[in-house]
Design a protein around this ligand. Structure first.
Ligand SMILES: Cc1cc2nc3c(=O)[nH]c(=O)nc-3n(C[C@H](O)[C@H](O)[C@H](O)COP(=O)(O)OP(=O)(O)OC[C@H]3O[C@@H](n4cnc5c(N)ncnc54)[C@H](O)[C@@H]3O)c2cc1C
Length: 400
């Protein structure tokens, strides 16, 4: 198997090291492993435990708290590799929260909480895999959220409902976004929202019920509906400032969006790779199907679009800290938009290249196709990424 066409950006020494280590670890979990996780809708526990054992869940935790102290530049490499190794979107998604939810804790939690939690996150013992923002009536319009966290002495009392919250059963903590001030009592809808850490073990049966949502894409990583009924959470679990939680989320959004883009990129790369393999192997009318330009060109187009996405992702990951806010947002949204489109194009071309076998589970490309479709929806839809570019970069009027 040649992956030379994937080596299109120059990596730093640190990035190369990440790539080699993650590639070696992923080699233990091949196509069959991921195919089976998807078929049986089973979380990849062995894979996540192996990453945790090597300290990867603490990659963004600073060294002073026992973590690896790396940054987005390395996270994009890691996530691209996991997806491209055969994990598809489910691979990086199985640990996405575990890595990224530590970021607001590092930036905003008080010292006591950080000292208690972060070393346990770094060694894989405590997992903060779940992030609860979306509600049945608040998806793209997330500030329409209605879930309330009302202060009562030294506790918050949480009531409401969340939907599509991923990895809840595979997590020890939920980073919950809830309104501490109702929307009609704040001057801006982005205010009055707070970030609260919920210990899931303590919450189950004490005001939190969960229900798994059956779905068709990335079946190995589950999402849940959450029902809060007078759940009491210690007020010391407030992360950052009360009422400012939405801004704390926005603060890390560009980094996270770039990493998602890298996950889409890796998914597109593995789909393309499988398409290329089959196009070389399969003979129809006495020759390899890859000689037909109707097969070859869609694969070449997918390569071109993946390469464009990759250049944007890696260059943005290097420069993000130096860019002013709108410029960083522009790069992150362009990266996510291009990468999800390129992943879809690659997976579609791979399915078409496989003919009828394109929908057979054993060739994996149908799984990649389902996942590539999902990347156009999450964590932000393509339209919302375009809204950002249209409004903030091009200066066009807002639709909402
Ligand atoms: C598998 C999966 C995992 C998820 N995991 C999590 C998680 O862990 N935590 C979490 O909080 N959330 C999670 N989500 C939720 C996800 O972030 C939302 O689904 C997403 O933000 C879209 O919201 P929505 O589904 O309510 O769509 P809606 O907001 O209802 O939008 C419906 C459609 O209308 C379009 N639309 C709406 N407004 C506009 C506009 N102004 N301009 C143009 N188009 C518009 C949207 O782009 C979309 O195509 C997950 C979702 C899925 C499917």
């Amino acid at each position: 198997m040649t992956q030379d066409w994937r080596d299109s950006v120059e990596l730093t020494e640190q990035q190369s090291l990440v790539r080699r280590s993650v590639r070696d670890l992923c080699a233990e979990f091949g196509n069959e492993y991921w195919r089976e996780r998807d078929r049986t809708a089973t979380y990849p526990t062995e894979f996540v435990d192996a990453l945790a054992a090597d300290g990867w869940l603490g990659m963004l935790v600073p060294e002073e708290y026992g973590g690896v102290g790396m940054s987005t530049s390395e996270a994009v490499v890691m996530m691209e590799e996991i997806a491209a190794s055969g994990g598809g979107f489910a691979g990086p998604q199985s640990i996405h929260g575990g890595i990224y939810n530590s970021v607001p804790i590092v930036k905003y939690a008080d010292e006591g909480l950080k000292a208690d939690l972060l070393p346990r996150v770094a060694d894989g013992e405590a997992r903060i895999q779940a992030f609860g923002l979306t509600e049945p009536n608040a998806g793209s319009d997330s500030t329409a959220m209605e879930t309330r966290a009302e202060r009562d002495g030294d506790e918050y009392v949480v009531n409401g409902e969340k939907v599509w919250i991923s990895r809840v059963e595979d997590s020890d903590y939920l980073l919950l976004m809830a309104r501490t001030t109702p929307r009609d009592e704040v001057d801006k809808r982005t205010r009055g929202i707070s970030m609260i850490l919920v210990d899931l073990e303590e919450a189950y049966g004490n005001g939190l019920e969960i229900e798994r949502i059956p779905k068709t894409a990335s079946r190995a990583v589950h999402s849940y509906q959450l029902y809060f009924d007078d759940l009491r959470v210690p007020a010391r679990n407030l992360i950052g400032e009360e009422g400012e939680g939405f801004y704390q989320v926005l603060d890390g959004l560009n980094e996270e969006r770039l990493v998602i883009a890298a996950e889409c990129l890796g998914l597109g790369e593995v789909a393309l790779e499988r398409g290329i393999e089959y196009a070389n192997e399969r003979e129809v009318f006495g020759g390899p199907i890859g000689a037909n330009q109707a097969i070859q060109h869609p694969l070449a187009e997918a390569y071109a679009d993946l390469l464009a996405a990759k250049k944007v992702i890696y260059s943005a990951a290097d420069r993000l800290d130096d860019l002013e806010r709108t410029a960083a947002g522009a790069e992150a949204n362009v990266a996510k938009y291009l990468a999800a489109e390129a992943a879809f194009e690659a997976a579609d071309a791979a399915v078409q290249t496989h003919g009828g076998f394109g929908v057979a589970r054993e060739y994996d490309v149908e799984r990649y196709f389902r996942e590539a479709r999902l990347t156009r929806l999450v964590p932000v839809t393509q339209q919302l990424a375009l809204n950002y570019l249209g409004e903030r970069v091009l200066g066009l009027p807002r639709s909402y």
